[in-house]
Design a protein around this ligand. Structure first.
Ligand SMILES: *[C@@H]1O[C@H](CO)[C@@H](O)[C@H](O)[C@H]1NC(C)=O
Ligand SMILES: *[C@@H]1O[C@H](CO)[C@@H](O)[C@H](O)[C@H]1NC(C)=O
Ligand SMILES: *[C@@H]1O[C@H](CO)[C@@H](O)[C@H](O)[C@H]1NC(C)=O
Ligand SMILES: *[C@@H]1O[C@H](CO)[C@@H](O)[C@H](O)[C@H]1NC(C)=O
Ligand SMILES: *[C@@H]1O[C@H](CO)[C@@H](O)[C@H](O)[C@H]1NC(C)=O
Ligand SMILES: *[C@@H]1O[C@H](CO)[C@@H](O)[C@H](O)[C@H]1NC(C)=O
Ligand SMILES: *[C@@H]1O[C@H](CO)[C@@H](O)[C@H](O)[C@H]1NC(C)=O
Ligand SMILES: *[C@@H]1O[C@H](CO)[C@@H](O)[C@H](O)[C@H]1NC(C)=O
Ligand SMILES: *[C@@H]1O[C@H](CO)[C@@H](O)[C@H](O)[C@H]1NC(C)=O
Ligand SMILES: *[C@@H]1O[C@H](CO)[C@@H](O)[C@H](O)[C@H]1NC(C)=O
Ligand SMILES: *[C@@H]1O[C@H](CO)[C@@H](O)[C@H](O)[C@H]1NC(C)=O
Ligand SMILES: *[C@@H]1O[C@H](CO)[C@@H](O)[C@H](O)[C@H]1NC(C)=O
Length: 854
């Protein structure tokens, strides 16, 4: 029994195998196609491929079984190619018409390659085709009418190509199976054929980003399974399609942004459209931006589908207030009502939309304050209320929005302080509070905002106080704009920790002090603007290292010295330095710095200079002696009258203690010179200025008043080649002059560098040009002393050790009038006995010019 049954089964099996083979043979014979023609067709297909970078077709060989070809799936029954999937393999070429020989093909996927032919007309031979995915290629030409022969077609994905022309109406002549059509991202034109109403099962129609015109055909109401309808970025006109969507109650996505549609009643009434959505309870995304739609938001907005997540209505002309019922849309994640004409206040009820991630209400006419309830929307990542008329304080509750990435409250009328709670928003990427009326200082909590990696903009407010050091903790920030506030204090070095900075704008504040020298360490700085402050000092030369810098504005400060060269400084114009009267340099429109005259000019004036210096230093002395003799004979000093007016003005006060500290208690280590008049110490003031303190050796006596008076007179002597007396310190038993410190020492030490060690002279490093310059400098200084100075002074002790050299090797004559001081002080109340003191002056070293001075 068992045997019989087995035999029967075997026979049956054989019969089935044979009959199926017969059927398959018969079929093959009937159509003239087989797996062999499939292989031939695919090998032809391969020939049309010009590039196969991923070797996707490497095993497409004559010797291999066609069903083993990469991307090929055969049906088991006939061993014929059923699916051909070669998506995203980098293939370049065209689609061979031989593909039409794959008559059993159900699914053709050649997406995301670089096929650049037209869609072959022969594709209509693939009568069984259900899935055609040619998207994201470079297909040209129009959609062939012959596609209408593909009666079984369910899915047609041609998006992301370069197709042109209209959709052939015949495509929808027999589309009883068509469900999914995506033609987005082409250049298709014309109207959407009303025949689309023949496709009752259509549930996705995506025509995004083409050039369609006309209206949405009413026949679309037939497609009652419609789930995803996208017409964005076309030129579709007419009223909002309320009569259509009212039937499409299964809609989940409705995207109709950027068309030429209007609302009802001549673009004044949005109610009919929103009402038609009443039964679209599954709606999740409603996007209608950029269409200049007019009307008001209906108060029943809150009844839009319970599942609504995206409501995007920006870029229209919607007026009226924001309906509080929106707060009933509890699943809303993205609400964008920006760039409309919405007025009134921001409803507190928004906090009901507790899943909101983006709330964008910018560019409207909203007023009132920011409701503190917004702080309850814990998942908010993007809050943009900018460009409205909001007033009042920024609520502390904003600190509850710990997931906030973007916070824009700029261009409102907000007042009060920057809330300290902001420090809890540790994920902030961008922060913009600019153009408000915020007051107070930047809270130190800002240092918690380590994530700020794009920008921090607090410009155009009323913020004050010093720049918080905590700014330096924002290591990822790319742009800091604090311009147009009332910040004071200095720009500190640690700001350089913000290594990612591309823009730094501190303009129009009250910042002081110098720019940090290390500014050049910013590797990415592109824009640097500190204009309109009170910054001073030299422009840091290091700024020339920042290769990325393209905009520099240092205007309207108190910078001095030379504008550096190299880098940005080679391409800037004087517009970068306006309103800095003490700057000089080679930038066009800026005064050039006083440079050493060139050699040619020296040669020309060489002899003149020599004679002038000789004349003035010798003959001048003789004239002076005659003059003094005359004074002696008349018994009256002209200088007295000249020296008496304007005393004690603008005399920087400097105490004995300050001088003592500056010189380390008049430490012998700081001694840089000594002589009969006293001793000279080098010192550094607390502000970093290097000075020389000349402590005079005096006889005793209550001479403070006359000493000060003499100092005043000498202080008025100002010349490039005369050492300037900064101030004097006078106590009954201590008299000192404070002079600028000259880095290059005296001419004496330069002429005889080794004289102290007894190695003799002749090894001076001064060039001929430098020597000539020094001669000329001395002559100019002496000429001034003798002819133009407010008090006529005769030096009488001109010698190399009294000629000092500054950084630029300019010679400055020192010690003029010292003997006058000494004598004045020495003879208490000697103003009346000026003749006497003048005599002392003459007695100093009349006619004595030390050898080697010229
Ligand atoms: C297909 O390839 C596999 C190995 O990849 C091989 O074992 C099999 O025999 C091949 N089938 C045919 C029909 O050639
Ligand atoms: C062919 O592809 C379609 C769509 O991807 C799929 O449903 C079908 O199962 C595939 N057929 C075979 C035989 O793999
Ligand atoms: C592309 O093909 C792969 C298999 O080769 C498949 O997993 C993937 O889903 C396909 N992608 C598309 C967009 O069809
Ligand atoms: C295969 O297709 C090509 C082009 O469409 C056609 O010329 C050829 O006759 C077809 N071969 C067979 C066997 O059908
Ligand atoms: C596509 O192929 C063309 C040449 O046929 C080539 O010019 C183009 O750069 C390719 N595009 C891509 C995205 O590979
Ligand atoms: C439409 O296609 C179906 C098969 O998909 C077919 O049965 C029907 O006859 C076709 N109708 C027309 C008018 O072509
Ligand atoms: C798209 O097609 C047009 C002609 O229809 C052609 O001029 C243009 O270069 C094509 N664009 C691309 C990216 O191939
Ligand atoms: C809707 O479909 C029916 C058949 O299902 C058809 O008779 C009718 O004309 C279609 N309506 C439109 C507007 O196309
Ligand atoms: C929504 O459905 C209800 C019940 O089917 C119906 O009474 C109402 O008219 C529909 N609303 C719209 C706008 O069609
Ligand atoms: C809302 O969404 C949920 C989850 O996606 C789903 O189960 C529910 O059916 C949807 N409600 C409507 C009315 O479509
Ligand atoms: C929100 O919905 C509830 C009940 O669904 C209703 O009572 C309340 O008035 C609605 N709120 C607004 C602001 O419309
Ligand atoms: C920057 O300025 C310094 C000092 O003037 C100079 O030595 C350096 O060569 C300059 N750098 C560039 C890149 O020009």
């Amino acid at each position: 029994m068992v045997f019989k049954r087995t035999m029967f089964l075997l026979l049956l099996q054989n019969f089935l195998v044979i009959s199926s083979t017969l059927v398959s043979l018969g079929y093959q014979h009937h159509s003239g196609h087989s797996s062999l023609t499939d292989k031939a067709a695919l090998l032809e297909f391969k020939k049309a491929i010009t590039s196969d970078p991923t070797f996707a077709l490497a095993n497409w060989q004559e010797s291999n079984d066609v069903c083993n070809f990469t991307g090929v799936v055969c049906n088991t029954r006939h061993h014929r190619v059923a699916n051909l999937t070669l998506n995203r393999t980098g293939l370049v070429g065209y689609i061979s018409p031989f593909i039409s020989n794959l008559t059993e093909l159900l699914c053709l996927q050649l997406a995301e390659n670089n096929f650049s032919s037209t869609i072959p007309l022969e594709i209509s031979s693939l009568r069984r085709l259900r899935f055609l995915k040619l998207h994201d290629n470079n297909m040209q030409g129009s959609i062939p009418e012959s596609l209408s022969l593909l009666h079984d077609l369910e899915l047609l994905h041609l998006f992301g190509n370069n197709l042109t022309g209209p959709i052939p109406a015949s495509l929808f002549s027999n589309c009883s199976m068509l469900q999914n059509v995506d033609l987005s991202g082409n250049r298709l034109t014309g109207k959407i054929p009303p025949e689309i109403g023949n496709c009752p099962y259509l549930w996705t129609l995506n025509l995004y980003n083409n050039q369609f015109t006309g209206q949405i055909p009413f026949s679309l109401t037939n497609a009652s399974y419609m789930f995803n309808l996208d017409f964005e970025y076309n030129h579709i006109s007419g009223e909002l399609p309320s009569d259509i969507v009212v039937k499409l109650y299964r809609l989940v996505y409705l995207h109709i942004s950027y068309n030429d549609m209007v609302s009802h009643d001549a673009n004044t009434n949005l109610d009919p459209f929103f009402a038609s959505l009443e039964n679209c309870s599954s709606l999740e995304e409603l996007e209608m931006e950029g269409m200049s739609l007019g009307g008001k938001l209906p108060i029943f907005m809150g009844q839009l589908g319970v599942n609504l997540t995206n409501l995007v209505l920006n870029g229209n002309q919607i007026s009226g207030s924001i309906p509080p019922s929106l707060g009933n849309l509890s699943k809303l994640t993205n609400l964008n009502l920006s760039s409309n004409q919405l007025s009134g206040t921001i409803p507190r009820e928004f906090s009901g939309s507790s899943n909101l991630q983006q709330l964008i209400l910018s560019h409207n006419l909203l007023n009132g304050s920011i409701p503190k309830e917004l702080g309850n929307i814990g998942g908010l990542g993007h809050l943009d209320l900018s460009h409205n008329s909001l007033s009042g304080n920024i609520p502390e509750s904003i600190g509850n929005l710990v997931q906030l990435n973007f916070l824009f409250l700029n261009n409102n009328n907000l007042s009060g302080a920057v809330p300290r709670s902001l420090g809890r928003c540790i994920d902030l990427n961008k922060l913009d509070f600019s153009y408000n009326r915020l007051t107070g200082s930047i809270p130190p909590e800002i240092s918690s905002l380590l994530e700020i990696r794009i920008f921090l903009n607090l410009s155009h407010n009323l913020l004050e106080g010093p720049l918080p050091i905590e700014l330096s903790k924002l290591q990822n920030v790319q742009e800091i704009d604090l311009s147009s506030n009332k910040f004071n204090g200095s720009i500190f070095d640690p700001i350089l920790n913000c290594i990612a900075l591309r823009l730094l704008n501190f303009s129009d504040n009250a910042l002081q002090g110098p720019l940090p020298d290390s500014l050049g360490d910013f590797k990415n700085l592109e824009v640097f603007d500190v204009s309109g402050n009170q910054l001073s000092g030299k422009i840091p030369t290091t700024l020339n290292r920042t290769r990325t810098l393209t905009f520099l504005n240092l205007s309207y400060n108190n910078f001095d010295g030379q504008i550096p060269s190299g880098g940005i400084f080679d391409s800037v114009t004087n517009l970068s330095f306006l309103g800095n009267p003490h700057l000089c340099g080679s930038v066009p429109g800026i005064p050039t710095c006083h440079k050493k005259r060139n050699w040619l000019r020296f040669v020309i004036i060489f002899s003149v200079v020599i004679s002038i210096s000789a004349f003035l230093s010798t003959i001048g002395c003789v004239i002076g002696c005659r003059y003094i003799k005359r004074i002696l004979s008349s018994g009256r000093s002209e200088t007295v009258r000249k020296s008496t007016p304007d005393l004690m003005h603008n005399f920087p006060r400097m105490t004995y203690r300050e001088l003592s500290e500056a010189t380390g208690g008049f430490d012998d280590q700081r001694l840089i010179g000594s002589g009969s008049y006293g001793r000279v110490f080098k010192g550094v003031l607390s502000d970093g200025t290097a000075i020389a303190v000349k402590v005079l050796q005096l006889q005793t006596g209550n001479s403070t008043k006359s000493f000060n008076r003499e100092c005043q007179v000498l202080k008025r002597i100002r010349h490039r080649n005369l050492i300037r007396i900064i101030t004097a310190c006078s106590l009954p038993d201590f008299k000192a002059l404070v002079l600028p410190y000259m880095a290059n020492g005296s001419l004496d030490s330069r002429l005889y560098p080794h004289s102290e060690t007894g190695l003799g002279s002749g090894s001076s490093d001064l060039s001929l040009i430098q020597r000539v310059n020094i001669c000329s400098d001395i002559a100019e200084g002496m000429a001034y002393l003798h002819h133009h100075s407010p008090v006529r002074v005769i030096h009488c002790d001109l010698k190399p050790s009294n000629v000092l050299l500054n950084d630029e090797m300019t010679a400055l004559v020192s010690d003029f009038g010292i003997s006058r001081l000494v004598s004045t002080v020495g003879n208490a109340g000697a103003v009346e006995h000026m003749g006497n003191s003048t005599a002392n002056m003459l007695c100093g070293s009349i006619g004595y010019i030390a050898p080697g001075t010229t």
